[in-house]
Design a protein around this ligand. Structure first.
Ligand code: ZN
Length: 149
């Protein structure tokens, strides 16, 4: 069962890589940042439109490995419609998922982001998965550039 589930997740991740969601620009973006993962060569440019109550829109562009693209795609889906506080809580939980084995995770908060949980077994790929989230935090904090180094 566990391996069936991870096969399914892998298929969904590959599909997100082939057809990333929100892979575009936002004309009236309020926040943006560029993220780099020098270990793998992943680059993403993240744009957000943050309203008074929530993140109204999120989109990204860039190039990189399948995991970095799938993660950025899932991020845009996860944060769109969320409050900024919730988006940051997702970042903390996502980070815990990839860095603390057997952590007691808030799966409701993570939602589809849980599909990347298997990355914890591949330490060299963790930065690929987390790049988009560091970039989100930089954008929210008003910093132009994020790096996983
Ligand atoms: Zn990568």
């Amino acid at each position: 069962m566990a391996s069936d589930l991870s096969d399914l997740y892998q298929e969904i991740l590959l599909e997100h890589n082939r057809r990333p969601r929100n892979f575009r620009t936002i004309d009236d973006a309020t926040h943006h940042a560029d993220g780099f993962n020098p270990l793998c060569g992943d680059q993403i440019s993240l744009q957000l439109k943050v309203g008074t109550e929530k993140v109204d829109d999120a989109a990204f562009q860039g190039h990189g490995c399948a995991i970095s693209r799938a993660s950025a795609s899932l991020l845009t889906q996860a944060v769109k419609g969320s409050t900024a506080d919730k988006a940051m809580a997702m970042f903390e939980e996502f980070h815990r998922m990839l860095t603390e084995p057997n952590a007691d995770l808030d799966l409701d908060l993570l939602g589809d982001l849980e599909m990347l949980a298997g990355v914890i077994a591949y330490p060299t790929r963790i930065k690929c998965a987390i790049l988009a989230w560091h970039t989100l935090k930089a954008a929210m904090d008003g910093e132009a550039v994020a790096t996983t180094e």
